[in-house]
Design a protein around this ligand. Structure first.
Ligand code: SAM
Length: 195
């Protein structure tokens, strides 16, 4: 399981329940608050490794539902309704090929827990975050169905206000949510957007 810390309560709970990462509790909280899976059949999980969000989605989705889970890293097989693929989500052509090869034109829900690999150089790391955020918005604009939902993790920096403004020009509703399961030291927030 990722973020190994045997003294972390949520880590222990996640391991106990068979989840691959404690971050599953963040998605569970957001789902409880925003009913993310209501009416969802086709779900895209971006930055999915090791796979706890996909495990959660796999269990909660309607029986006919499917999840395509993408990460730079290998994702070990999860369940029959999860298609796990190793790819870079910023590679637009590859993403298009992946969706096309599974006959997907639009999706009901996109969840993104993407975290860039940081270098410690603030400027470069901010740029990477912005690039990932932008790639997610582009994917949502292209593939999210008109009533679809997008959940994405962002790390607040100077550009968060501007980014939210941009999202509000695309989505009818943009909620900024912090999850209790986020580590106290983490600056991450989740944006829950609905067209
Ligand atoms: C915090 S982890 C996700 C944890 C996951 N939600 C779970 O519950 O198991 C963030 C992931 O984003 C992935 N990532 C970062 N940049 C990416 C990119 N350009 N394309 C695909 N995945 C990326 C990383 O490889 C990493 O596995």
């Amino acid at each position: 399981m990722s973020n190994y810390n045997p003294h972390d309560k949520l880590f222990q709970q996640a391991r106990h329940a068979g989840f691959r990462a404690r971050s599953v509790f963040k998605l569970a909280e957001l789902d409880q608050k925003f009913a993310l899976l209501k009416g969802a059949y086709q779900v895209l999980d971006l930055g999915a490794a090791p796979g706890s969000w996909s495990q959660y989605l796999s269990q909660k989705l309607v029986p006919q539902g499917k999840i395509i889970s993408i990460d730079l890293q290998t994702i070990k097989p999860i369940a029959q309704n999860v298609i796990a693929i190793q790819a870079d989500i910023t590679d637009h052509t590859t993403l298009q090929q992946i969706l096309q090869s599974h006959g997907w034109e639009i999706v009901d829900l996109i969840v993104s827990d993407l975290s860039p690999k940081t270098s410690g150089i603030k400027y470069a790391d901010n740029l990477k975050s912005v690039e990932l955020n932008q790639a997610v918005v582009n994917l949502a604009q292209q593939y999210l169905k008109p009533t679809g939902k997008l959940v994405m993790k962002v790390f607040p920096g100077t550009s968060l206000d501007g980014f939210i403004k941009q999202l509000k020009s695309v989505f009818r509703q943009v909620h900024v949510a912090r999850t209790q399961a986020s580590r106290a030291s983490s600056k991450e927030v989740y944006l829950v957007c609905q067209k």
